[in-house]
Design a protein around this ligand. Sequence first.
Ligand SMILES: [Zn+2]
Ligand SMILES: [Zn+2]
Length: 355
Amino acid sequence: MMKLVGARWLALGLAGLPVTGDAHLTGEPGHDAAASRLALAWRPAPVLALVAPARAAVPLALGPAAAFAPFAPAVRVRVEGDFLLVESEGLPAHGMMTGITAWQQQVPLPQPYTGANAWRIPLRPVPAAAGTPIRDRFLRGAIALAVNGVPIFNPQNNRGAVSADIGELDRWGGHCGRGDDYHYHIAPLHLEAITGVGRPIAYALDGYPILGLTEPDGSAPAGLDVWRGHESPGLGYHYHASETYPFLMAGFRGVVVERDGQVDPQPRAQGVREALTQLRGARITGFEELAPRSSYVLRYEVRGAAGVVAYRREAEGVWRFRFEEPGGDIREVTYRAGERRGGGKGKGGGPRREP
Ligand SMILES: [Zn+2]
Ligand SMILES: [Zn+2]
């Protein structure tokens, strides 16, 4: 199953569609290549006219813009004041969902992280006087943004449990939230296959980069502080990911604003249907994108019986879902953005809710 999915992604990449992950596995982006990709990714937006002329804190070739460049055009960046604005639909080029054994019945939908709802990465991170731990805090929303445009949440889920420990995550470290928004809860170390070892795989929302397990020369990081970060010549301050808790930085060394349990401001996910509950005993066995950003099928099993959730975009913000339940029931429901049900029984009915 996974081989099939991989082949499909590769084929899409070769066709020049906005699924470019595999296309970059063959080489590390050099300085010039990254710069030209950045130029291609550059998309002036009307909002630029309203702000002061862009000025970068560091040469773009060395800063976060270069880190996101290998994922253009799915990820687009532009400078606005002291921020790098990053636009994406929040979906990776790799597989999703397979391997999850604690499933809240949500599925990945493209998200509008664009325009005024883009990610904002500080180009001039400001060291905080004391720093801010993330354990049992920032349990809502993202704490970092992976360089492929996928948000990274606290390793603890919104109830405080470590997602990686309880079967919530797929084999890439992600799953979907209540708005059908895909996000990681651990460091996406697998992105180093595309970025190159020792390059940033994410940016914390305080503006500092997150590297993988090693330095660019392959050596183990030395002298990490309580936030799992350190300064080094040429790189400046950066965090290192880990393979066990906390997986990411242990807190923000830089200034962030905490409001209502999350870093503020940050983009909002947009759901089109009700938030659901865990389907007990379910295991996700496969997930495929049948047409780029518009048609998907998720397969799962509950105690040996197979279920399917197939869904496709019928128009902007309109998604048609077909639920084939393990018990044999088949239902189809059309959801429209802006008519999100509040969790009650909507017209046509949603997937079965656990009591
Ligand atoms: Zn989550
Ligand atoms: Zn380091």
